[in-house]
Design a protein around this ligand. Structure first.
Ligand code: NAP
Length: 314
């Protein structure tokens, strides 16, 4: 039996449509959820992300605002701006695009955002709330993975799950969400002595390492659900040929675009899975949709309104 493809793009469209309807409902009470994105400097990748966040929020009827600051902005100036946004009642969500320039203390900036407006879910108060299972703003990428599982009817309770990667933005919150949902979770990283020994036991295997093709078929349990968070760019023909042996279609796409996005699973691993998220078109598609969801959730939570439909247990 061939593995089911978990279509992140379709799920993201569903979530965005729900957000759009919620925004319409809130508008009847005179509430327009507002998202402010702060971008420091002109990193091309950050500019693309920010533009797409602002564009999507406008499409869904949110009040979006972009604050662009020069690369040499001081930490004190940035803290002042955040204070102003914290105090502004029209602002429900504040997102500081990362990475920040080296002269700025990223932790201090993330901690200066009002936890109730922290739509990235990176503030220690939200990390703590998530850990003890309180309602909170949850980091968008792991929250998106939980939506994929929930909407595809993939149960988590009682499952043996393995999370490869322990970053603050993906691995740690993802493992907490799975644990809170009743899974048994092992978290692996570079220090893990025998990675395949863990991954082979996983009924649900979530990988966020940034190492293209790290997980090979021999590391996958037959019938497992594979969630690939990795987004890696292959820039040379040799890399593409190694990653996709005998795959003229992939080579043609590479020739046309000059690069190719791949995940942390070797493509041959999918044959052993019962379901998997592709790259691109899997988890990556969900992050912005969940940011929009978090902004509406923040608007509701600040006004103590009913929680939004998205975000229930998987
Ligand atoms: P990160 O901060 O670099 O963390 C990578 C994690 O993977 C670390 O915990 C690291 O272990 C672990 N790791 C690296 N190589 C490993 C290996 N050979 N064996 C076992 N563990 C290994 O990265 P991140 O921010 O979590 O992002 C991970 C990937 O997800 C990237 O490809 C990124 O582009 C992608 N991503 C996608 C989205 C999205 O879909 N929208 C969002 C965020 C990130 P140590 O802790 O021991 O170093």
């Amino acid at each position: 039996m061939s593995a089911r493809v978990l279509d992140g793009t379709a799920i993201a469209a569903e979530i965005k449509e729900e957000v759009r309807r919620e925004v319409e409902t809130l508008a009847q009470s005179g509430i327009v959820p507002g998202l402010t994105v702060v971008l420091v400097g002109s990193d091309p990748a950050s500019e693309i992300y920010v533009r797409s966040k602002v564009k999507t929020s406008a499409e869904l009827g949110l009040a979006s605002n972009l604050i662009t600051l020069g690369i040499d902005v001081s930490q004190a100036e940035l803290l002042n701006i955040l204070q102003r946004l914290n105090d502004d009642d029209a602002v429900d969500g504040i997102l500081v695009q990362l990475p920040l320039p080296r002269h700025i203390d990223t932790r201090a900036i993330l901690e200066a955002v009002d936890p109730d407006k922290d739509v990235d879910g990176f503030h220690p108060v939200n990390v703590g709330r998530l850990t003890i299972g309180q309602e909170s703003l949850v980091p968008c990428t792991p929250a998106g993975v939980m939506e994929v599982l929930r909407r595809q009817g993939i149960a988590v309770r009682g499952k043996d799950c393995v999370m490869v990667g322990r970053s603050d933005i993906v691995g740690k919150p993802m493992s907490t969400l799975l644990l809170n949902a009743g899974a048994t979770v092992a978290v692996c990283h570079k220090e893990t002595r025998d990675l395949p020994d863990y991954t082979r036991r996983a009924e649900l295997l979530v990988v966020a390492t940034g190492v293209p093709g790290l997980i090979t078929p021999d590391m996958v349990r037959e019938g497992a659900v594979l969630i690939d968070v990795g987004i890696n760019r292959l820039d040379t023909r040799a890399q593409v040929e190694r990653f996709f042996p005998d795959n003229p279609a992939k080579l043609a796409t590479f020739q046309k675009r000059g690069s190719l996005l791949v995940g942390d699973f070797a493509p041959q691993s999918y044959a052993k899975a019962s379901a998997y998220t592709p790259v691109p078109g899997g988890v990556g598609a969900l992050t912005i949709a969940m940011l929009m969801h978090n902004t509406v959730k923040a608007a509701r939570m600040r006004r103590r309104l009913r929680a939004a439909a998205v975000g229930g247990p998987a």
